[in-house]
Design a protein around this ligand. Structure first.
Ligand code: FES
Length: 103
């Protein structure tokens, strides 16, 4: 299977913010939290809340619509074990951030 790494952006763009990039049919959000870069679905698995508007606390994102909380350091697990947030593999080369998308 062909590798499908796509550029998300530059680390300096993040500045403690969550960013979104449209990659084909997917909108991927990404952030650097506690020194680690994470990429994840921009839509909450509950009813599609905008994850880029989440409140951030450590590695935990709180969805702005109904407050589901996802721990990115635990693979996007929802802290009450509701549906988890889809996460994607990332790599950083220099300052450039890449995401691996599989179909
Ligand atoms: S849409 Fe995210 S918690 Fe409801």
């Amino acid at each position: 299977m062909a590798s499908n790494w796509q550029r998300l952006g530059n680390r300096s763009e993040l500045n403690a913010k969550i960013k979104c990039v449209q990659l084909g049919r997917k909108k991927v959000a990404f952030a650097e939290l506690q020194g680690k870069v994470y990429a994840f679905d921009s839509l909450c698995p509950h009813v599609f809340g905008p994850m880029e508007r989440s409140e951030v606390n450590g590695s935990i994102l709180t969805c702005p619509l109904h407050g589901w909380r996802f721990d990115l350091a635990e693979g996007g697990r929802e802290i009450h074990d509701y549906r988890g947030l889809k996460m994607y593999e990332t790599k950083v080369e220099g300052e450039e951030i890449y995401v691996h998308l599989s179909e």
